[in-house]
Design a protein around this ligand. Sequence first.
Ligand code: AMP
Ligand code: ZN
Length: 470
Amino acid sequence: MPIQLFDSLERKLKSLAPSHTDGVFRFYNCGPTVYAPAHIGNFRTFVVNDVLRRLLELEFGADKVKHVRNLTDVDDRTIGQTQKEKRPLAEITKKWTDKFHADSDALNCLRPHVEPTATGHIREQVDMIEVLIENGNAYRAPDGSVYFKIASFPEYGALSRIKERELKVTNSAFDADHKDDIGDFALWKAYKPEEDGDVQWPGPRTAAAGRPGWHIECSAMIKKHLGETIDLHTGGVDLLFPHHENEIAQSQCCNGTTFARHWYHSEHLLVDGTTMSKSKGNYYTLSDLVEKGYSPMAVRYALLMGHPRKQLNFTLESMHAAESALGTLRKAWARFATTASATANKPLAAQDSAPVSRLDRVIDALRDDLNTPAALGGLFTAMNEISDGTATFADSVAFGRALSILGIDLSEKQNFSIPMEIFALAEKRWAAKQAKDFAAADTLRKELATAGWSMLDSKTDYKLEPLKKA
Ligand code: AMP
Ligand code: ZN
């Protein structure tokens, strides 16, 4: 069965296959904006894309997938941060790029084959803007900025199905100055000393010095690293409009050919029913959860517990469920390891032609629109069936393969995990403290200590740690 994935443009499931004669599947995923830590909502998108990448490699061969993911290191948000902190742009973006890499590695996400930066591709962006001006798809505004003229691209809105009238309303909050039409968007932004500090580059011919608009970077980097037509373009659902709509307009008007053959958008992670976001401040980072005692692998597992095309509400209870599922998988792994060595003298991870196994349903579920909860469910059903000691060598190989495509690394050293009842006591004590019932809070602290745990409070949160044994 080929990999089927929902295509947001055609609104149906479509099979994935490479289109270029070299057989290399070209895959682009919009990356993070590096001005602050990525939260686990962002990582839901990156973990889902990591499973997709692993599945593509299984399907087409590890050397037949080229995965590119950018780093947005110049835009309104990164520049806003340099103004706030009064520090150079490069210093801020390096700090958050390093943190993003460390968190991605901890979550066992494969690094993309190319990770281009916007600031490293100014020339490519300027070149593309010049072509768009020459083709009559872009124009210089009086202040020296350059805008894309959406009236010049009749297909504009095909991805988001946005109607012209809605477009005017939606875009009216954006930089409305100097445009011919309110829907037009910036390709190049003229330098504004009061906003941009020392961030500026020479612009396209006829334009002023300044910096690229956000959308053009992906079009330019894709063209350079993957070519004019790619096989799959992905990102979180918020990028569908205007970012991806604008990418299509820029690339197709510049190159005169289909830009992406398949569009995939994964849904958001929510907290208390609203989108987790930096601007709302309602987010957890990986470090927040590690400080609470959870392992990065459990975070990865929890992010895969919901269908990627459905919103997923994040709770600390789901982290407990994830830690406990990992514990069960570790026990099963140990059992499989025994079976494997008893039945054949081959390493467990052998990826050779394995006979049919009950565990093949895990990969089948992923092939079916990346259904990660069904894949995890299939893993557990098969484990229950096999728990009577009937595991075959094929099961062992399929188990290893399933875990490796899901990116679940069971060898990870656990910090420690917090038993549910300890967590419940801690929550109760925190609530008592917030309600200024200090006597109750004190009693609960003692109960926790008796159970072997200490609770370290900060102003806004707490951390649980196991007490050192005397
Ligand atoms: P940003 O760093 O804001 O450019 O976002 C990086 C990626 O995270 C993009 O693909 C976004 O669509 C995605 N994203 C942002 N918020 C969430 C969320 N709450 N849940 C899942 N993905 C998100
Ligand atoms: Zn992009």
